[in-house]
Design a protein around this ligand. Structure first.
Ligand code: NOJ
Ligand code: CA
Length: 512
């Protein structure tokens, strides 16, 4: 098995419109990102994954793509995207972009053509137009079908502004092959595949979820893999949410995707048995396939870990976000620090979502009228949605927009964030930022290759050794535990007294 770059990479997720604003309009952009590349390089990451950067009406934060071969004007230009790729490469940072194959924007040329061409046209065959809808529901709430003026209905598993493609149509396959080549030819190193398991539909089986994980979807990824193999070291990573590991593993067969996000780990409660089971299960699933595991604690769709881990129920469930459920943020913060050291010590690649390295909590008090997430609008305001983890980053200074840019940020930042700006944390040795930074650098030296060997320090402690001789110990018990014999402490998520590791604390020890 070749040691390709992604096998042990630390990949930083950039939600572009909230990362850094270069032109003062309150929306993050490529100029902002380019100006912060030194920050990312110093942080010690090996790759950046950007959420969709294409022209988009932003009905779903860019996951409604109007043109797969260009850049959203408020983010910049194609020429700037190319410059960004070059600059990232010069710093040794790879670039992963998001491709959205399940649906486009209703403003895409194809969908507009389909609307104009009318029923029975070839243009409508690229989407799912029917005379009668079935009873499928949209994942964002409400029906999955919208009627157009001539009486036909089109399918959208997400918002009405996101019509689903018809993957039985060879033209759709051809289009995405061209899109992949377009970006690979421009130096993009990897593709994150949005909603990867739902492309193929079965309307006749009577299943209310007759779109999840149908056999033909694997043919799509086999062909994408053949295409990506024509290039040098290009990564395909799938967004595949499945509790069923056996079905999840099918996406990682040697002729399909290289990796997929480990949402099982992300969803695990802060509980030693559950975390251990998830880690063991993950390793057992990946090792036989020769596929690297991924370790994910957060992304732009889920409540931030600091808030999640401070709640009574610390697990994550897409269907029950627990928005507004009280959280002990101090406890959540301590656990999020420990979780970071756990995730970064495990074999495989690790994903860090922007702001995770600052320990940002979920912003739960965004005024309703400023909320943008279609989940909020489509659920009739029953689900608060995902805006709270997408608030523009605080970089510096005492006043909003905290160096994000010069204009009013598209979502308001909490006043309290003056304490957690990048600038403030850089100056504080014990900050979350310095924990991530140190861990990411140590990881490069200590945590490449090999598996893990568990140590038994009792049922409420996770402890394992890597081949390098680094031992990670995480104490999930209420009381301190005694550390195993070691030469030195490389890094700890909290203060250690003597040889006692406090509750909700993790440590990396040098044991050889
Ligand atoms: C998954 C993306 O991560 C999410 O943000 C988006 O809303 C849906 N797919 C639909 O594209
Ligand atoms: Ca801007």
């Amino acid at each position: 098995m070749s040691e390709t770059w992604w096998r042990g990479a630390a990949i930083y997720q950039v939600y572009l419109r909230s990362f850094a604003d270069g032109n003062g309009d309150g929306i993050g952009d490529l100029a902002g990102l380019r100006s912060r590349l030194p920050y990312l390089s110093d942080l010690g990451i090996g790759a950046i994954w950007l959420n969709p950067w294409y022209p988009s009406p932003m009905a779903d934060g860019g996951y409604d793509v109007a043109d797969y071969r260009d850049i959203e004007p408020s983010f910049g230009t194609l020429a700037e995207a190319e410059q960004f790729i070059e600059e990232a490469h010069a710093l040794g940072i790879r670039v992963i972009i998001d491709v959205v194959p399940n649906h486009s924007s209703d403003q895409s040329a194809w969908f507009q053509e389909a609307l104009a061409a009318g029923p029975g046209s070839a243009a409508r065959e690229r989407f799912w137009f029917k005379d009668e809808p079935n009873d499928w529901k949209s994942i964002f709430g409400g029906p999955a079908w919208t009627q157009v003026p001539d009486g036909q209905w089109y399918l959208h598993l997400f918002a009405p502004e996101q019509p689903d493609f018809n993957w039985t149509n060879p033209e759709v396959h051809q289009e995405f092959h061209d899109v992949l080549r377009f970006w690979f030819d421009r130096g993009v190193d990897g593709i994150r595949i949005d909603s990867a398991a739902v492309l193929v539909k079965d309307f006749d089986g009577g299943d209310p979820e007759g779109y999840t994980d149908l056999a033909e979807v694997h043919d799509v990824y086999r062909s994408w893999r053949r295409l990506s193999d024509e290039y040098d070291e290009r990564l395909l990573i799938g967004e595949v949410w499945f509790p069923d590991q056996e079905r999840f593993a099918r996406y990682l067969r040697p002729d399909e995707l290289h990796t997929a996000f480990n949402f099982d780990f992300l969803g695990s409660p802060w509980d030693p048995a559950a975390l251990r089971a998830s880690i063991e299960q993950t390793i057992a699933t990946h090792v036989p396939l020769g596929a690297p595991a991924t370790w994910v604690l957060s992304n732009h769709d889920v409540v931030r870990p600091v808030t999640r881990y401070g709640r009574a129920n610390t697990s994550w469930d897409n269907g029950n976000r627990r928005d507004g459920v009280p959280s002990d943020l101090e406890l959540g913060y301590r656990r999020a620090r420990a979780a970071a050291l756990l995730a970064m010590a495990l074999p495989g690649s690790v994903y860090v979502y922007q702001g995770e390295e600052l320990g940002l909590p979920e912003v739960e008090d965004i005024p309703d009228e400023l909320r943008e997430d279609p989940m909020w609008h489509r659920s009739g305001h029953a689900v608060v949605g995902r805006d709270g983890c997408r608030v523009p980053l605080p970089w510096s200074g005492d006043e909003t927009p905290f160096g994000f840019g010069t204009g009013n940020p598209w979502l308001p930042q909490p006043e309290a964030w003056k304490k957690v700006t990048v600038e403030a944390q850089q100056a504080d040795l014990g900050s979350m930022l310095n924990l991530y930074r140190t861990a990411l650098h140590l990881r490069r030296e200590w945590l490449v290759g090999g598996g893990i060997t568990w140590l038994d320090l009792g049922p409420e402690v996770l402890a394992f050794t890597r081949e390098s001789g680094l031992t990670c110990v995480v104490n999930l018990a209420a009381d301190p535990v005694r550390l195993p014999p070691h030469e030195s402490v490389l890094l700890a998520s909290g203060s250690i007294e003597g040889d006692e590791l406090p509750s909700d604390t993790a440590v990396w020890l040098r044991t050889t």
